[in-house]
Design a protein around this ligand. Sequence first.
Ligand SMILES: [Zn+2]
Length: 418
Amino acid sequence: MISGFVLCSLIGYYLLDTLAKLLNLRNLETRVPSEFSDVYDENRYRRSQGYTRTNTWCELVASTTMLASLLAFWFLGGFEGLDLLIRGLKLPNTFAGLLYLGALCVARELLLLPFAIYHTFVIEQRYGFNRTTAGTFIVDRLKEWCISGLLLGGFVLIVLTLFASFGLRAWIIAWISTAAVSVILMYLAPKIILPLFFKFSPVPAGNLREQVTEFCFRQRFPIRELSVIDGSRRSSKANAFFTGFGSNKRIALYDTLINNHTVPELLAVLAHEIGHFKKHHIIQHFIFGQLNLFLLFLGASFCISRPELFKAFGVTTASYYAGLTLYGISIRPVAVLLGILANFWSRKHEFEADRFAAETLGDPNPLIQALKRLSKDSLSNLTPHPLLVGLHFTHPPVLARVLALRNLSGQLKPGDEA
Ligand SMILES: [Zn+2]
């Protein structure tokens, strides 16, 4: 019963995702949408479509490999085999659990690694985005694995210890501890984790710095730091983000963004980021994430010790760690639905932040120009299929954003355009 449900949901999601990707390929328009005719020439537009096509096929091979490997592992008795192997080591239960989950994560990473290498050194290279050397790539991966190993390892250790001490009632303490850890991480990430990957330096004095400082002052948005980071060491793609909260806000701009955009465009991009803060999007997403975790842990307390769950995956000895692993695979449909909901919500927030930028600057045009240039520079797909957007996009298609901003033009008072 459970195995049938899990099998159907895994295959069902795979088919839906594949369908969305194929429809997306069919949706590629051969002619440049008129809104973009000033930034795209025919040649560059064809390139952007080639980029979408190549990426899509790479993703399809990856998702097929991952699903096939999971099903093969499952039906060849992998979950039981691994458990027997680890039980043979006679470790304390919590460490056995750490090893069990660790081994599965390592296997997953190793399966994904060839695709990451192909993506960076073949696709991104062919389209002129890649600036990562093999050395940087290897060091980045090692750092990522160490950090996520430490974080996930710590997390699993806490959760398994709680379950071992308090039984199924541990779910509520596990949830509270997880929430506490994620708040701490939100504080620490910009200070400790990001600098491991990027070099932060202050934006030099000049027009950009003055205008940003003035804008932040006018919006009563205290920033502690305005930095530029060396994104160009890895990729020619541009980005901006801002981190921290309270009086500890830091804005970081990729050097690639600063180099390719005018000061009014940069200001518009920043105003958009500040809009997310002013409209309380960041805190809302955080609360939504914590509610998600609450539901996951609550569900876990009902499911992870059920004999049916272990039977479905051919595991003969019940344990909290195997229960959590199998539960994680079984609730995939719930996670997918929550993800679709979160993406929908996030797209709505993007429109709101765009609107904030246009209103505070009194002119939507700098943001429109910035969005168009960003999408040209990253060869983004201008006509994604709605099914793909619904499933995966955290940002609305750029054409929809530009049109929404154009609609605002008429509504902004001329007096605002000072
Ligand atoms: Zn945004």
